[in-house]
Design a protein around this ligand. Structure first.
Ligand code: GTP
Ligand code: SPV
Ligand code: MN
Length: 611
């Protein structure tokens, strides 16, 4: 291996602690070459990756990549949070002792980058100048060039972000070693993959994947697991799997910001990028801030502030089309430098396709390969119904490519948050929207978010499960402490956001159709919520929150079956009473849950009993 110091000097990487870290892990994983990356290297890296066949052209300045077929989503059971304090063990964080995990991962990584280039990627998960900048600095090491290309789109990348730190040691050490993917025993008892966040040492060690959040460590490992831990340990902020959007009423000039948690592949990207329904477009303008992560803190004016630490979008491809998400299509069009992963690809025309892009797949199958690279034309009749794209296939593009990106998306001060919403795929019980004005009841609602799991995690599609605040796969410390931290942060606000639960996924009992048309129409529920907050409507009180009176919901230009609307705006008290029993069991798993949360639970249960 070449002289590490000479390479770091050449790249202008001067932080001595960073240099020491790079030397240490280079010694462990044993790459042949080392290269420091800045976003300015992107064009060269793209052309190298094209030459090496690691990515393929998919139109002008758009690219295609395929991951190993057993490496297409997060693996929750292989994901671990480690610390040196056993009290950090929670129900969902797969806690393990730090010393044990560091030894194990060091062993797995030893020599595993032989013959490869190790890329050193200094990054920032914040807009420069953010009050949380200190928590946003990291340096990822990876031995995978395609991963570098994704990170260049998803994070701010440059040595300048790590050179002049107030505390040179305060950066996240994020080590990624791909491993020999065909020989890792994925999904077997001998599985060799480990995705570990050593949270109290701010060190991330991921081995055995080159896909998504398993490999882009600034995203969910740093942006969610490490950030939620840091936010709690410092007492200063929340790091959540939330989207963030702005709505402007052009008539009054008012602007609201709403943040919200929906479990993976449940509509955050769609909602955050939404446009007004056509009939309301003259009046309301929606701006996109973020689709997957929000860090939130209390501002000097007593309001809750939020920002998206990411620089790009890693969005679910399936069902993205002109109707569901026109802004996403704009953000991945020719010239955007977007990268598609695991969609179908036509090697003759360089087109891409995924389920839901058009109602039917391309009629002429010539040149089309499915996400595994197998020709569609060679399919047997039995294989005919198989999807062309992987259900968790995605696109990667920078925020600035999204046409309705907010003008102030990089403003370091963040934006004040007026509403926090929770939602997920719930086929019954949850109405279109129910507002919750009490903070403890709002936090309680987030903790009891229950939804159908999706294909964003291996092998769980369709299972009903609780996913507190949509953070279940990203929880880094014990749930009781997490709830207390939420109450503390929101409690410190003198102007608190309104909470709400939304559901776009309620289905008809008999034929299964979605009762609510969803997508752009979802704005109607958010507008009602903001009007409620501003005292312009009063809604209908129910045991589980305030729901819209039918005439309060703006339905201009919407064609909806009145019978469906009735169900969407009804609370099924019996079904809710049953739910309360499940919630009791769910909450009882958590040690140290604050009494305020139990009190909120009892209030809701009592209101239902009296209903
Ligand atoms: P992650 O990136 O995995 O965290 O997920 P996400 O929450 O950003 O998911 P995304 O917005 O990409 O949603 C994925 C799926 O939800 C797609 O298949 C969408 O078509 C579907 N979806 C989103 N919004 C709606 C809606 O309003 N109604 C219905 N029926 N489906 C929706
Ligand atoms: C999710 O699964 O919630 C994602 C994609 O946002 S990944 O970054 O792979 O976790
Ligand atoms: Mn996500």
């Amino acid at each position: 291996m070449a002289d590490v110091d000479a390479i770091l000097d050449g790249a202008g990487l001067t932080n001595a602690k960073v240099r020491e870290y790079v030397r240490y892990w280079a010694e462990v994983s044993g790459p042949e070459r080392i290269e420091v990356v800045s976003v300015a290297d992107d064009a060269r890296l793209i052309s190298e990756a094209l030459d090496a066949g690691e990515i393929l052209p998919a139109g002008e300045d758009v690219y295609y990549s395929r991951s190993y077929y057993k490496d297409t989503a997060r693996s929750e059971e292989r994901t671990i949070v480690a610390t040196s304090n056993p009290a950090d063990k929670g129900v969902y964080n797969n806690w393990r002792p730090a010393a044990e995990m560091k030894e194990l991962l060091t062993g797995l990584m030893r020599g595993a980058s032989a013959g490869k280039t190790m890329y050193v990627i200094p990054y920032l998960m914040a807009a420069p100048g953010s009050p949380l900048e200190k928590y946003a600095v990291g340096v990822q090491l990876t031995d995978n060039r395609a991963v570098v290309l994704h990170i260049n789109r998803m994070a701010r990348v440059s040595p300048k972000y790590v050179n002049d730190l107030e505390d040179p040691d305060h950066f996240v050490r994020a080590v990624h070693v791909t491993g020999d993917l065909p020989n890792l025993g994925q999904g077997t008892p001998d599985d060799k993959r480990y995705f570990v966040t050593v949270a109290d040492e701010r060190t991330i060690l991921h081995f055995g994947s080159s896909y998504g959040g398993n490999a882009l460590l600034g995203k969910i490992a740093h942006g969610l697991r490490q950030a939620s831990y840091d936010g709690w340990a410092s007492g200063k902020f929340l790091g959540e799997q939330f989207m963030l959007l702005g709505i402007t009423d052009k008539q009054t000039g008012k602007k609201w910001h709403i943040a919200g948690g929906f479990p993976s592949a449940s509509g955050k990207t769609n909602l955050a990028m939404t446009l007004s329904p056509d009939a309301l477009g003259d009046r309301y303008y929606v701006e996109f801030y973020g689709d997957d992560i929000a860090w939130m803190w209390v501002g000097d004016d007593g309001r809750l502030y939020g920002m998206n630490p990411e620089f790009g979008v890693f969005g679910v491809a399936r069902d993205t089309n002109e109707k569901t998400n026109p802004t996403a299509l704009e953000a991945i069009k020719p010239g955007t430098k977007a990268i598609f992963t695991n969609v179908a690809y036509n090697f003759k025309t360089q087109e891409t396709w995924f389920e839901g892009r058009t109602p039917q797949p391309p009629a002429d199958v010539e040149g089309w390969l499915d996400w595994k690279g197998n020709p569609i034309a060679d399919r047997t009749p039995q294989q005919a119904g198989e999807p062309w794209a992987h259900p968790n296939s995605r696109f990667t593009t920078t925020l600035a490519n999204v046409p309705n990106i907010a003008a102030d998306f990089e403003k370091p001060a963040g934006v004040p948050i007026d509403g926090i919403i929770f939602g997920g795929r719930t086929r019954d019980r949850e109405p279109l929207v129910r507002a919750i004005t009490d903070v403890a009841e709002g936090v309680y609602d987030g903790l009891t978010l229950g939804a159908e799991a999706t294909f964003a995690a291996d092998g769980l599609d369709g299972q009903l499960r609780y996913d507190p605040m949509s953070m279940r796969p990203f929880m880094s410390y014990a749930e009781g402490a997490y709830a207390a931290h939420w109450l503390k942060i929101i409690g410190e606000c003198t102007h608190q956001p309104i909470f709400a639960h939304v559901n776009w996924f309620q289905r008809d009992e008999s034929d299964g159709h979605f009762l609510w048309p969803g997508y752009r129409e979802n704005l109607r529920a958010l507008l009602w919520l903001m009007q409620l907050k501003d005292g312009e409507v009063s809604g209908v009180e129910t045991p589980v929150g305030v729901i819209p009176a039918k005439e309060e919901l703006n339905l201009d230009g919407l064609d909806i079956d009145p019978a469906d609307l009735d169900v969407l705006l009804t609370i099924d008290v019996d079904r809710w009473k049953q739910e309360i029993g499940f919630r009791e069991e769910h909450l009882a798993q958590f040690t140290g849950l604050p009494e305020e949360i139990w009190a909120a639970h009892r209030r809701v249960a009592k209101a239902l009993d009296e209903a």
